[in-house]
Design a protein around this ligand. Structure first.
Ligand SMILES: Nc1ncnc2c1ncn2[C@@H]1O[C@H](COP(=O)(O)OP(=O)(O)OP(=O)(O)O)[C@@H](O)[C@H]1O
Length: 247
């Protein structure tokens, strides 16, 4: 798998988030190092998106704290957010813009220096395999290419931490394979957290997996260790998310 280093990039402790009487996330902690890919798993409504929104500073926690590259997300917000790239579940795309125009907008939103704009767009487009469609309207591209555009905006500022909410959802098998290998490439030198419902994806792409159920962390472990022990992730998932029926 990838080359994990000693550099801790994400540290989230005791994160909870309530929406009125509903607890979406309950005391979740999470750590990530440079060169690591973490898969976030859980049934529908488990709290994965909410955890990601808390980690990216798009949502304030009810309790707990998040550090990104040693910066407190709530107190040193701008610095911490500059280290994060985020692809939400519904990618923030503008169908009427070309890829180039869209990435130019992403550069401006990230307040990168003007002199770095062209280079940043070229690198992000190259990394995401978008070189040949830079002048095409986003609305005219396939879902796979649109997803790549979403990832390109997330990495435009070369962040240390990349957070992707279901990046392969709705893609065909070839597009899935491409996005998975992109995640692996990104995770080789950065830190990536992504959510998915595809367990095989976690086994092939991730270094570690964390399972959430009803807002609580119910499993955390290394993918290599799971394989070494001869256990199947599917079994672990079923066991840790199984609803116990009271008799
Ligand atoms: N803004 C909100 N207001 C009220 N409840 C919310 C809000 N956002 C999320 N929730 C609730 O929090 C819980 C967790 O939702 P979340 O979207 O984080 O789950 P998820 O694991 O990402 O689900 P899925 O796999 O279906 O995308 C759900 O019960 C959801 O209804």
């Amino acid at each position: 798998m990838s080359a994990k280093t000693e550099q801790k990039t994400v540290s989230a402790q005791g994160l909870s988030r309530h929406f009125g009487a509903r607890t979406a996330v309950d005391q979740v902690s999470l750590e990530l190092w440079q060169g690591e890919v973490l898969g976030l798993l859980g049934p529908n409504g488990a709290g994965k998106t909410t955890v990601m929104r808390l980690l990216t500073g798009n949502l304030a926690p009810s309790t707990g704290r998040v550090e990104i590259c040693g910066l407190d997300l709530q107190k040193q917000t701008l610095g911490a957010k500059a280290c994060i790239g985020y692809l939400p579940e519904v990618p923030p795309l503008y169908r009427e813009l070309t890829i180039d125009e869209y990435l130019r907008l992403a550069v401006r939103l990230r307040r990168l220096a003007r002199s770095k704009t062209d280079d940043a767009i070229r690198k992000a487009a190259e990394r995401c395999g978008l070189e040949n469609v830079r002048r095409r309207l986003i609305g005219s591209l396939s879902k796979g290419y649109q997803q790549r555009a979403g990832i390109a905006q997330a990495i435009i500022h070369d962040p240390a931490v990349i957070i992707l909410d279901e990046p392969t959802s709705g893609l065909d098998p070839n597009q899935m394979r491409d996005v998975r290998s992109l995640i692996r490439e990104l995770g080789a030198v950065r830190s990536v957290i992504f959510s998915t419902h595809a367990l095989s994806e976690v086994e092939s792409v991730c270094d570690r997996v964390q399972i959430i159920n009803h807002g609580r962390q119910v499993f955390e472990g290394s993918v290599d260790m799971i394989k070494l022990e001869g256990t199947r992730l599917e079994e672990i998932f079923t066991q840790s998310t199984l609803e116990k029926i009271e008799t």
